[in-house]
Design a protein around this ligand. Structure first.
Ligand SMILES: NC(=O)c1ccc[n+]([C@@H]2O[C@H](COP(=O)([O-])OP(=O)(O)OC[C@H]3O[C@@H](n4cnc5c(N)ncnc54)[C@H](OP(=O)(O)O)[C@@H]3O)[C@@H](O)[C@H]2O)c1
Length: 272
């Protein structure tokens, strides 16, 4: 990557993206990070050799790409505060939940915007990020955004910005659903007589293995489920119980609640 990158905010997400980029041989000299917390900057310098500053304006002054990695409630002040220092043609990539691209475009006096929704496993390099680009973003800039976000896992594009609320409900909040499932499986095994440690390991490794299988398979997950459910067997006994309790409806309603909440939060922080 030949471009100069500026990270505004040097917290958890910025750190994992920077770590991913450096691991993929991006030059640390091309990366500058701005954050008000000097401790944060010292450790980023020590760990990755990137340049740092406490001035957002200084960070963006020579940046082709600016990654906005601050909390949603900080976004408006951050973008309006540095708008005058942006290079003409700079690409802004926002990873903040809920903030609309049109709002960032207005605050930045018309920059090209890519909006992303990564998820927590990005911190382990196995995230899932959905991206959305406004019409002004060139194909080359889209590709650049994808290269940057793919440093921490898988990526895909959505064509409609309103779909970002659904993305938030599915993959943004999704890790919590899987943690709950692991937690419940651990609890169930322990209630039936296994030790906590044994039950937890069984649950975690089974989640990991199932994820690996689902990822590698050509068949959809429904077919994989059928393949591991023999007639009259143990798995069928469990699944029949779950279906009788309307687990599908409950889950669909839960994800819909998350999507509604995402839209509410977007209205609160992301409006113009
Ligand atoms: N973590 C996730 O799983 C996840 C997933 C998807 C999306 N996101 C999005 O990613 C963004 C960052 O999340 P995070 O978890 O990395 O948060 P974080 O760890 O709190 O990082 C935000 C950083 O921005 C700094 N900051 C605050 N005001 C600033 C300013 N005016 N100029 C420059 N930097 C400033 C903060 O410093 P102080 O600590 O001193 O305030 C902090 O170091 C959020 O918008 C979040 O919605 C996160």
């Amino acid at each position: 990557m030949k471009e100069q990158l500026a990270f505004i905010g040097g917290g958890n997400m910025a750190r994992s993206l920077i770590g991913g980029l450096i691991a993929r041989k991006s030059e640390s000299a091309r990366i500058v990070v701005a954050d008000p917390a000097s401790q944060q900057l010292t450790s980023l310098r020590a760990d990755y050799g990137v340049r740092t500053t406490d001035s957002n304006n200084e960070a963006v002054a020579h940046a082709d790409v600016v990654i906005l990695a601050v909390k949603p409630q900080q976004m408006r002040a951050v973008v309006t505060g540095m708008a005058a220092s942006l290079l003409p043609g700079a690409l802004l990539i926002s990873i903040a939940a809920g903030i609309q691209a049109s709002a960032i475009r207005q605050w930045s006096n018309g920059a090209a915007i890519v909006r992303c929704m990564p998820n927590r496993p990005a911190l382990e390099g196995c995230g899932m990020t959905a991206l959305y680009a406004t019409a002004e973003v060139s194909p080359a800039a889209r590709e650049l955004a994808e290269v940057i976000l793919s440093a921490v896992g898988a990526t895909l594009w959505v064509d409609e910005e309103s779909h970002m609320d659904i993305v938030t409900a599915v993959s943004g909040s999704g890790p919590a659903y899987f943690f709950l499932l692991i937690e419940m499986l651990e609890q169930a095994g322990a209630s039936l007589g296994l030790s906590r440690d044994i039950s937890r390991k069984l649950a975690i490794e089974t989640a990991y293995g199932s994820g690996c299988m689902a990822r590698a398979a050509k068949e959809p997950p429904s077919v994989l489920r059928e393949q591991v459910t023999s007639k009259g067997g143990t798995t069928e006994a469990a699944l029949r119980h779950l279906e009788a309790q309307n687990v599908r409806d409950t889950f669909a309603q839960a994800v819909a609640a998350a999507a509604r909440r995402s839209a509410e939060l977007a209205a609160e922080f992301g409006g113009q």
